[in-house]
Design a protein around this ligand. Structure first.
Ligand code: GDP
Ligand code: MG
Length: 598
């Protein structure tokens, strides 16, 4: 198809504003899938994504649309991940498009991720079509939302489309606007090949499949191609588009969006943001914007049963086939034995990986509290990156420590400004600015240590603002902080997996809170267990778990056998996640206790 009849676009929105539902309607309306073939929200396919209502892997679908001008158009819808962990993936998906639908909930208005997404779309020079969704809701106020978009984002909304993905109203207007407002792709099909990879996944039959946008040149089956960043060379076995199943077309030319596959076994060779060119006489320069993976959050993963170590290793390797952003390396803990230090793009990414290991690979895991990467400048002039608190060098060897800060943007009704500021200050945030979006909604910006964001920042914001706060953040820079390591000793022995790095001014109170929390979590055992928190050799808090006196079953007065069995089962269930640390049985929860104190 000629390029003037192609449109490449994304849908950007704050979570829950209706991105997936609108995508479904577009797929349905263009007859790409019949109603019977349609599952709800076909684009969110993985179970976990569906349950959580988020998109982690982006998916692409080609729609054929006959417009009111009588012409046939090829519309490539590129779905983007809907979570702050995947900002870079979103930016590459947007780089594959010429335009975007900006979906805003008619009752909610502009939220933090709306803004973050719009800025990214503008950076990629996209034509933006504002779509006000959910106008069927009684609380919908499209005029207010349009004004907000004009005031806050500076977009003209005179052509904004009012729609309801629920009733189908406005869907035809969206399709027409895509054709009339979004520019057709440009790019010379005769130039050396340059194709942008914006996603990839592993298919057990075809190997790694790369989602691509051909910017210049042409890809043909049988060609030998090269990844410009990783240097990997491969032969094309399949090239085509998604409808939404992969359809082999034999070729893709400049301007088109689709996939390419060929003898690729490892997703790590197929990097998001990399440029594909031909192996011979390829392009001189890659497309701009490639960035390697950089994990932001690390944690330790240990099998509850040490005999499961190899199974955990296999499972991580398998997951990595589909997730180039997951990194791991073997790690040994005195307390927990052999396991892995794993790096993730963010907390959601971490949760999803843990959940998949447990659900799909039936592993029982002990996970340690997530930490950020500290830059430790040593007195010998070297810099050490520390992602495991127990690896922090002794204070005498440390010149200073820097920690990552993020720029956090919070949008709330103005009544809650005080609450947001209080929590942010408490999280060591530095106030950066405040803007009124309209008479009763405010955008507040803070620089906050990422470490503090991990520690329940968003949960606290949500509960203090009755769920109204929306949050987006991006890495800002590394800054010096006075940080120390707090160690925990159980029964006199330090437990490396319980060490945490905290700000000096809070170390004493965190140590006390942590000891108190552990006292609640660690079950009584046959002997008394002293719990101590210490900085270096200085003990800053002490608690005791008293020795157990009675058998649990004594409570059952002998009689009720089913109750007795239940109790035993419950005990067994609890036991599954217990790890013997020295002489003490420690439940999984304990390793996360640091996240639960307030
Ligand atoms: P996403 O997170 O942006 O992909 O949002 P979804 O498409 O998953 O939609 C979030 C919720 O809003 C779901 O419960 C949808 O059924 C609902 N929803 C989406 N569009 C509309 C609409 O036009 N009207 C109403 N009333 N609900 C909608
Ligand atoms: Mg969705």
């Amino acid at each position: 198809m000629a390029n003037q009849n192609i449109r490449n676009f994304s849908i950007i929105a704050h979570i829950d504003h209706g991105k997936s539902t609108i995508a479904d309607r577009l797929i349905e309306r263009t007859g790409t899938l019949t109603k019977r073939e349609m599952e709800d929200q076909v684009l969110d396919s993985m179970d976990i994504e569906r349950e959580r209502g988020i998109t982690i892997k982006s998916q692409t679908v080609r729609l054929h649309y006959k417009a009111s001008d009588g012409e046939e158009y090829e519309l490539n819808l590129i779905d983007t991940p809907g979570h702050v962990d995947f900002t870079y993936e979103v930016s590459r998906s947007l780089a594959a498009c010429e335009g975007a639908l900006l979906v805003v909930d008619a009752a909610q208005g502009v939220e933090a991720q709306t803004l973050a997404n719009v800025y990214m779309a503008l950076e990629n020079d996209l034509e933006i079509i504002p779509v006000i969704n959910k106008i069927d809701l009684p609380s919908a106020d499209p005029e207010r939302v349009k004004k907000e978009i004009e005031d806050v984002i500076g977009l003209d909304t005179s052509n904004a489309i009012e729609c309801s993905a629920k009733t189908g109203q406005g869907i035809d207007e969206i399709l027409e606007a895509i054709v009339t407002d979004i520019p057709a792709p440009e790019g010379d099909a005769a130039a050396p090949l340059r194709a942008l990879i914006f996603d990839s996944y592993f298919d057990s039959y075809k190997g790694v499949i790369a989602h691509i946008r051909v910017k210049e040149g042409r890809i043909k089956k049988g060609q030998r191609l090269k990844m410009m960043a990783t240097g990997k060379v491969f032969e094309v076995t399949d090239v085509g588009c998604f409808r939404p199943q992969p359809v082999d077309l034999g070729t893709l030319a400049a301007g088109e969006v689709g996939f390419v596959a060929g003898s690729l076994k490892d997703v790590r060779d197929v990097r998001v943001g990399d440029t594909i060119t031909t192996a011979e006489k390829g392009a001189a320069e890659p497309l701009p914007g490639y960035r390697g993976v950089n994990p932001m959050v690390y944690c330790g993963l240990y099998p509850v049963e040490s005999s499961d170590y190899d199974n955990l290793k296999d499972a991580l390797e398998k997951l990595q086939l589909n997730d180039a952003a997951l990194v791991f390396e073997p790690e040994t803990s005195v307390a927990l034995g052999f396991g892995f230090r794993c790096g993730f793009l963010g907390l959601l990414h971490m949760d999803v990986v843990q959940e998949r290991l447990e659900r799909e690979y039936h592993l029982k895991l002990i996970t340690t509290a997530p930490t950020v990467i500290y830059h430790v400048y040593k007195t010998d002039g070297t810099m050490l990156k520390v992602s495991n608190p127990s690896e922090l060098p002794p204070p005498t060897e440390i010149e200073h420590i820097e920690e990552p800060y993020v720029k956090a943007t919070v949008i709330v009704p103005s009544d809650y400004v005080g609450a947001v500021m209080e929590i942010s200050q408490d999280k060591r945030g530095e106030f950066k600015g405040m803007d009124y979006l309209d008479t009763n909604r405010v955008m507040i910006t803070y620089h906050i240590p990422l470490n503090e964001i991990i520690f329940d920042y968003f949960d606290r914001l949500k509960s203090a603002t009755r769920g109204y706060a929306s949050l987006d953040y991006e890495l800002a820079d590394y800054k010096e902080s006075k940080l120390v390591k707090v160690d925990i000793l159980l029964n006199g022995d330090p437990v490396d997996a319980l060490s945490t790095i905290v700000h000096k001014d809070r170390a004493a109170s965190r140590g006390r809170q942590l000891a108190a929390k552990l006292k609640e979590i660690i079950p009584q055992q046959m002997f008394e267990i002293p719990i101590q928190a210490a900085i270096g050799s200085k003990v800053i808090a002490r608690e005791n778990v008293r020795a157990r006196r009675k058998d649990v079953l004594a409570k059952c007065y002998g009689g009720d056998i089913s109750r007795k069995r239940k109790l035993l089962e419950k005990q067994k269930e609890g036991k599954k996640r217990m790890k013997a640390v020295g002489s003490v049985e420690v439940p999984q929860e304990a390793f996360m206790a640091i996240l639960k104190i307030d």
